[in-house]
Design a protein around this ligand. Sequence first.
Ligand code: SF4
Length: 354
Amino acid sequence: MHAQDDARPVVQPLVIPIFIPHMGCPHQCIFCNQRAITGKSAQTPSLDQIHQEVNRFLKFGKERPSTTQISFFGGSFLGLEKETIRSLLETAMHFVRAKDVDSIRFSTRPDTVSQESLSLLDGFPVSTVELGVQSMNDHVLDAAGRGHRASDTLVAAGLLKNRGYELGLQMMVGLPEDDEDGAMETARRIAGLEPDFVRIYPTLVLEGSQLAGRYRDGRFHPMALAACVTLVKRLFLYFNTHHIPVVRMGLQASDGLTRAGGFIAGPHHPAFGHLVHGEIVLDAISSALDRMEKRPDPLTISVHPSMVSRVQGLNKKNICRLKKTFDLKNIVLHQDERLAKNHLVVAGAHITLP
Ligand code: SF4
């Protein structure tokens, strides 16, 4: 998805991802397959490997955006050994000193953030920290085996904001013991922390995770894709009204959890964000048509060229749904470059998308 289209304009940096498997993580989150992944082969990348990876990205990032960041992700950065943290930061700092990279970002567990752990970052150009919040309900956190409380997130977010870091919060939907109301409550509490951006991930069943066993013996039922898309849409719209950008919905193949394969079940789709935006557009057009006393057929929808695929929906699902629901024979999409990307004209009625 494009964050520029979201609530608050965010210039997306070029992010150079460095995967840090959380070796020796003492926790056992039920959705995590890092134990299976990290068993023997994966190690914290060597400094040489990081150099190679960053240089590879810099070579291919021809048109550099305004900001370039090295991102340590996949584990809990501040949960690593102090020496490892320092040496990873030193390595990244080399590229900042050379002016190839602007800053460093990482993701970490809320309970790894303290005055002491943050003091390790002093003097390093870290700009952004993301917290794996997952839920703001202690019962759900317990059921997920997270090993931290919602209060840890409150404390961590406060410390990070006080020190002036850009703050990202990640939440999950579809965890055991959670439901739609629970997800909305988590979103409300996350919004109250005033993050600079959020990410929303569905709970997937991955090989090697505890959820895999529960799924196989029928004790865990992942969300269906359609229900998950609709729930994430509600969350997106909620954050949107609070002017909090949602920079990611759904996992990408390159994300740590899907690394090494092993996807078994759950609401995974490579274009998850596109599905959510498609549903938002479908809702907007449907309410415009609902309000019309007489609907023209063929129906003309004018749209900026870059938004055509969102209006059509995946496999033109939106067009089929509109035809069926409103008994239309033909829908004509008219591309108009003069329209703003979040603006549609449906049979003369102007709609601004969230
Ligand atoms: S999700 Fe992170 S904290 Fe949880 S078990 Fe996996 S590596 Fe550890």
